[in-house]
Design a protein around this ligand. Structure first.
Ligand code: CP3
Length: 363
């Protein structure tokens, strides 16, 4: 099944990230950052200006490769690269018309506003419509030259549905929640289509060369307790099972429900290799719930990076102390890095992780 991904982790110059996903010993705690390529970096802003827009960056393999590598070149202590793209490429490929308004975030020209639009929704031709993403993966893998592993990703079916129904971000989710309670049949139709599309999308990213995949469930935490498993988690489980059935058992799978700390027990049972944590969950507590066989990824409050080196150092040490001894922690932020982060503060975080974490590892 997998043609170019049989690569053993030992072939990477730095395989700390993949080893940690498999609970294997490492010399230190690996780290990458959500949104590590982005507007806090002057070199990103410069490339974005040359490309024209954010979507132009995503759709051009050379630009996408350039910005993916920028944080790695600036910070050699990063242990993984993440494909430069966006979760909203899927609804765009479904014909909803993604666009960005400066300062307002993503919007759709044709959101799913009524039953007719929802009945017309269909699984897109992923290979063709999202070919630019797979081209970017191939180009990034070549440029990385096995320096560090590359993470591919998708939004969760529920998170994609929120954007598709609301038509934009930054809402209080009243349109989709009204639909969820009044017309659950329509919501499950959307979620089923999204689930099949995400499975296909991640399978194609794996075939193109990504070394691990992450499902961003950014808005799972907006669901009521009684609805989280049935409307978000179960669909992520279907994606993981289907990827395994397709022959991709060896590709590590990470799930991340922002605001989902109260559902860790359920999250630990869907076959994911790792669970992302936002900053509202204590990592020691999380570890006790998920057990030894699942890696935890997180969970520094990104706002800390706006403060001072002393505050950053002590917050990083607190998380490493809370996790304690053991091999199954990937350091990350609890959500994406903000555009206002001074780049030197990231360096301070990375230096602290590298020097302080060695005491928690055997090798
Ligand atoms: O992590 C990375 O460095 C990889 C690239 C990446 C982007 N978006 C680039 C991006 C990833 C993994 C995403 C995922 C994504 N996109 C999520 C899930 C993670 C999360 O943040 O919860 C979501 C919800 C989106 C949707 C989205 N895309 C929003 C809400 C925005 C606007 C927010 C903002 O920061 O302006 C985007 C745009 C976006 N995606 C940018 C980047 C670098 C900023 C674009 C720019 O103006 O240059």
């Amino acid at each position: 099944m997998i043609n170019n991904n049989q690569t053993m982790t030992t072939e990477f110059q730095n395989d700390t990230f993949l080893r940690t996903l498999k609970q294997q010993p490492t010399a230190y705690t690996p780290v990458w950052m959500m949104r590590q390529a982005g507007r806090y970096l002057p070199e990103y802003r410069n490339t974005r200006k040359n490309a024209g827009s954010f979507l132009d960056l995503c759709k051009n393999a050379d630009f996408a490769t350039e910005v993916t590598l920028q944080p790695l070149d600036r910070y050699p202590k990063l242990d993984a690269a993440i494909l430069f793209s966006d979760i909203l490429t899927i609804p765009d490929a479904m014909g909803l018309g993604l666009y960005f308004v400066e300062g307002e975030g993503p919007k759709f020209e044709r959101p799913l506003k009524d039953e007719k639009a929802i009945q017309k929704l269909d699984i897109p031709n992923v290979e063709e419509k999202l070919d630019y993403v797979f081209g970017a993966v191939r180009s990034i893998k070549k440029a990385l030259n096995q320096r560090v592993p590359l993470i591919g990703f998708s939004g969760s079916p529920w998170t994609l549905a929120t954007y598709m129904v609301e038509g934009q971000g930054g809402t209080d989710f009243l349109s989709i929640k009204k639909m969820l309670y009044a017309r659950p049949d329509l919501i499950s139709h959307i979620l089923k289509i999204n689930t099949e599309t995400v499975t296909k999308y991640l399978a194609c990213q794996i075939e193109a060369g990504v070394d691990a995949v992450m499902i961003f469930d950014s808005w799972g935490g907006a669901l009521a307790h009684s609805e989280y498993e049935s409307h978000s988690l179960n669909y992520m489980q279907v994606i993981i099972s289907n990827l395994n059935l397709l022959g991709y058992e060896e590709i590590p799978k990470i799930i991340f429900t922002k605001g989902g700390g109260q559902w860790l027990n359920a999250q630990s049972k869907i076959g994911a290799n790792a669970i992302g944590l936002d900053w509202q969950t204590n990592i020691h507590h999380a570890r006790k719930i998920v057990g030894q066989d699942i890696t935890l990824q997180g969970n520094l409050d990104p706002a800390i990076l706006l403060s001072s080196p002393e505050a950053i150092e002590s917050a990083v040490k607190k998380i490493l102390d809370d996790y304690g001894y053991g091999e199954s922690h990937i350091f990350n932020l609890g959500h994406g890095i903000t555009q206002f982060t001074p780049p030197e503060n990231v360096q301070c975080m990375l230096d602290t992780i590298r020097s302080y974490s060695t005491q928690f590892h055997k090798s």
